[in-house]
Design a protein around this ligand. Sequence first.
Ligand SMILES: [Zn+2]
Length: 443
Amino acid sequence: MTTSLQSVLGTGFADKRLKAPKDTTSLQCNYSGHTFCMRFVVSVIPKTAYESNAAFFEKAMDAVVQSLGALLRDGLTHPLTGERFFFVVLGVKGDLPYLQKLGKLNRSWNTTSKKRSRGGRLAGGTCHLCLAGTAGCHAEEIVDHPQWEVTIGVRQPWLRTPFIVQHLCHNLSNPASFFKHDLWHSVHLGLGKSFVCSCLQIALEVVPATNNEDRFRWLTNHYRAWCKDTSSQPHVTKITPSLISYGEKTGAAGAWRKGALTTNLMRWIVVLVSALSSDKGGYLSLCATAAVNLNEFFSCLHNAPLFLSGNEATYLAGKGMTFLKIYARLALDLFREGRPHLFAVYPKIHVIHHFLWDMRQEAGDHNLSLHPLSAACQMDEDLVGRVSRLSRRVNIRAVIQRTLERYLIGCYAAWREAAAATEHVEPATHVIQRDRGHFKVSH
Ligand SMILES: [Zn+2]
């Protein structure tokens, strides 16, 4: 379990994503550079430790929170200039299980219930920000003004205010908004995957081949040819039935864990549909329209600064809503056809809807909207991967301390390299040695 700090401000998205030169006068998201230079690890805990004793994680987080509170109260003094800096923690982000664990949320992704309790009320609720998923307030209602919009912040999603909220600045009218959803995860490792899998399963009906094996081979060849034409990394060697959950009646959820593959497949589907004849139900053309809208939504976001203008936010929220509305329509049509496993409706559909609703609301209220990817965990996945690789190379009896020490050594090299790239400083040529439990740098 890796916990890290980051600035909400950074140097924007990586240059390869940009369609136009970056606007250097506006504030940017924190997305480019080595993750060791933009995310700061403050705690690592092995799974065995926090699973056997929940207090282990809670006590570690309490210590982090107290320290963060002092950053605003007392500030941090620069050792050379004597200047004092004060920091405000804007919120906590992470995947849904992490947020649930930290906030002890009693409304989250796994508390949704379709069954009515004895009183006729729906139990649980699916969202810590609003009452979606409770009685008379459907989380799957994809319209511009859903019933849940008037329930935002009316009931707290916890029995006791979490320690992290008590000790840090937060929005008093809606303390639960301190816990931020992750748009990237919700699409690229959530609804986007089931969309792609469902589209491909419909496409199989019109692929020009006589048996299933040949149909998948045809899809693989088409995908690989598209990757070559667009110079995209394929990420998979084959499109297989198991990859797209073909024949799984519990829901076409997709069997990959790489968000970049979802991005690729979403772009490829538009080209694929244009190469195929139309299907019986006319679903494929709808799939292509949905994919075009979602692709434009993310492409624009990856070129946007930290604050979107009111017009940009309204336009992009419209693109996202078009995707969601088509998804919901396909879900209903295919459910009526007896194919409920296609375009399955997961709690993440509500998370995405919430983001789009927020963008429109902020645009209307302030003529500005905070970039919805500013709280996404795309780069943090990279950081967690690096730290967990380090943790496998240290003595298991001192795994926490040694992992953090190795992380600091990694930081040293990454920061030197970043400085060398911008200021023509010599890259690190020093040897770092361990000396009686301490690390020393020899030149
Ligand atoms: Zn909600």
